[in-house]
Unconditional design. Structure first.
Length: 158
């Protein structure tokens, strides 16, 4: 039982950690400047993280931003949901007195939780193909920038 609780807590923490928005930032000529996960947005600067570095991009140099949640978000959420449902199913069907495949509640939760996590991650991986990219045309304009800023702030705070 303790193993199941640790597994569920770990999965929940991973889902929270994956709530970053991945962006590709293009300059006014349409050339890719940088891509990475949004760290912060203020009135004139977008800060993104690429590898271990934070990069600041001024709104005046930004032409277009293409944004979506990172692909790992789907896989992680799928794994967490699958683990939770699988563990619940394992608890429900456990019967240590069964003459075929007899297992305790803890063993059932752990076994079915692991199978559910793998299945959920696979389904999450498949759903990545249907992920829609949002495109924001900034062209150095502060009004367009404010729309982007408000949208990203709402998505990060979900």
């Amino acid at each position: 039982m303790k193993k199941m609780i640790v597994l569920l807590v770990l999965c929940a923490q991973i889902v929270v950690a994956q709530n970053k928005i991945f962006v590709q930032v293009y300059n006014l000529d349409g050339k890719l400047i940088k891509s990475g996960k949004v760290v912060s947005v203020n009135d004139t600067v977008l800060v993104i993280k690429k590898s271990a570095k934070n990069v600041e991009l001024n709104v005046q140099n930004i032409g277009v931003i293409k944004a979506k949640k990172s692909k790992g978000n789907n896989v992680t959420k799928g794994a967490a949901i699958g683990a939770f449902l699988g563990a619940g199913f394992g608890l429900a069907v456990s019967n240590p007195d069964s003459w075929v495949f007899g297992f305790s509640k803890g063993e059932g939760a752990l076994l079915f939780g692991a199978v559910g996590a793998v299945s959920g991650a696979g389904i999450g991986g498949i759903t990545m193909a249907f992920k829609k990219t949002e495109t924001y045309t900034i062209n150095g304009d502060l009004k367009n920038w404010q729309v982007f800023k408000e949208t990203i702030e709402k998505q990060i705070l979900k």
